[in-house]
Design a protein around this ligand. Structure first.
Ligand code: TRP
Length: 444
């Protein structure tokens, strides 16, 4: 049976970028940056993207396209009769853990769409209180989570080509455009420069072991790495795709969107703060509300605020949707192929699990935060570590080379190849392990 593939090159990049670009960039990146004290976090984050993010994405692409199989199947095909397939299984599990809190945030975006469309948002005077009221209504959050989960399930049932590719291809460019407009508005507010300072002037006294761990976790989270998501997507790539180029393009796009979100949110947060003395400490105390408090406030500074906020939250929901689709696809492809259940039944099972986890996350912020913490800071780095070791040490270098060059059709430099293998074998595993242990030790 020949497996489905993405229809076009643009579609494939949009799908992979659609997975990467999501709430991780626009919601999680700013709040992690704030909690990590600003610029220093960003520098470490960028280093993580460059030194392990891009190489690991490439590795997931290699594993996925050479095996053309689901998360666990991919490892089994490349390493039969070994325990490597547990890395894939761990990925499937991580996917569920992520969906268990991510879907709740997706629900929040629906709430804000609703508030924008009805005009309620433009008459709010205290945006923190507005967000708090939502958090204090777990049932409402859960119902919104259910709606978003069903939307995701609908696309995943409809399959790779129609569902995933089309939605990603059309909406991504729009989101980018809108973010640029918002960034300009935010940067031109009086007092915006304090936000830029916070973002780009590192304060060394903010250095703490947990900042390293947060930045590393965020880099995995944002690029959709460490849980076989890019393995699953690359299993639908065709043989002409230039994997190296795609890994760079997707990572650059993803990082660009995150930085753009930062440039939009921080200047606005500083400029619109009620009390400029306490803003830095408030930001650092952070919390998941930053995006949902600062941006509505920014829209209110613009003419036609209802229009801006509606468009923004709709695009945010779509960016989130292309990410939840990718997360759900990992678990679905796994159940579908490993247990021989129909796609529909597989999706049904995943949906039930997500709704259960989502209920707990809606009712308990402790549960929500725990899922966020263990997935991004523990499970993804472990998944990434093993994937790096797998491609660096275990997978036959002929396969790696054939995948990188598309069977000698594209040329790659020897130096690039050497650096790549060095990163996978030594640099990434050691660095991930050190940051992980240092960070855990610093968290307690
Ligand atoms: N990267 C997405 C975001 O930034 C979330 C996501 C999708 C993800 N697939 C993933 C995170 C796989 C980790 C692993 O919102």
């Amino acid at each position: 049976m020949s497996r489905v593939t993405f229809a076009s090159k643009m579609g494939l990049i949009a799908a992979a970028a659609g997975s990467a670009v999501g709430l991780g960039n626009i919601w999680r990146f700013p709040s992690e940056t704030a909690a990590g004290g600003g610029a220093l976090f960003i520098i470490i984050y960028l280093a993580c993207i460059f030194f392990f993010g891009i190489p690991l994405m490439l590795s997931e692409f290699i594993v996925g396209r050479s095996s053309k199989s689901n998360a666990a199947g991919a490892f089994r095909i490349l390493a039969p009769n070994t325990k490597w397939n547990y890395v894939g299984r761990l990925g499937v599990f991580s996917g569920l853990v992520i969906l268990g809190f991510y879907m709740v945030v997706c629900g929040w975006t629906l709430f804000y769409i609703f508030q924008s469309v009805t005009g309620g948002l433009s008459s709010v005077s205290d945006f923190s209180a507005n967000f708090e009221t939502l958090l204090q209504n777990p049932l409402k959050q859960w119902i919104l989570t259910v709606v978003f989960t069903f939307m995701t399930a609908f696309f995943v049932v409809s399959g790779v080509k129609k569902g995933i590719e089309l939605s990603a291809k059309t909406m991504m460019p729009l989101l980018l455009l809108l973010l640029i407009i918002l960034a300009v508005r935010s940067l031109t507010l009086p007092g915006a420069s304090a936000g830029i300072d916070f973002l780009f002037k590192p304060k060394l006294e903010n250095m703490h072991p947990s900042v390293l761990m947060s930045a590393m976790g965020q880099s995995f989270f944002s690029l959709s790495l460490g849980m076989a998501c890019m393995i699953t997507y690359a299993s639908y790539f065709n043989n002409e795709t230039d994997l190296t180029k795609t890994a760079f393009q997707v990572s650059i796009l993803d990082t660009g969107v995150a930085l753009l979100a930062g440039i939009t949110i921080f200047p606005a947060a500083f400029a619109l703060a009620q009390n400029s003395e306490t803003i830095t400490s408030e930001l650092i105390a952070g919390g998941p509300g930053l995006l949902f408090i600062t941006l509505p406030n920014l829209f209110n500074q613009m003419p036609l605020s209802i229009v801006w906020s509606t468009i923004f939250f709709v695009l945010l929901a779509i960016a989130a949707l292309t990410s939840t689709i990718s997360l759900m696809e990992v678990v679905t492809a796994y159940i579908h192929e490993e247990f021989n259940l129909s796609r529909f039944r597989s999706v049904l099972i995943v949906t039930i699990v997500i709704l259960l986890l989502g209920a707990f996350s809606s009712f308990s912020s402790l549960f929500f935060n725990t899922l966020d913490f263990i997935s991004a800071k523990i499970m993804l780095p472990i998944g990434g570590l093993f994937t790096s070791l797998f491609v660096g040490w275990y997978v036959d270098k002929k396969i790696v080379f054939a995948q990188l060059t598309n069977d000698n059709k594209i040329s790659i430099g020897v130096r690039f190849l050497k650096a790549y293998v060095f990163i996978l074998r030594y640099l990434a595993p050691v660095a991930i392990l050190v940051i992980f242990i240092y960070g855990l030790w610093g968290s307690f």
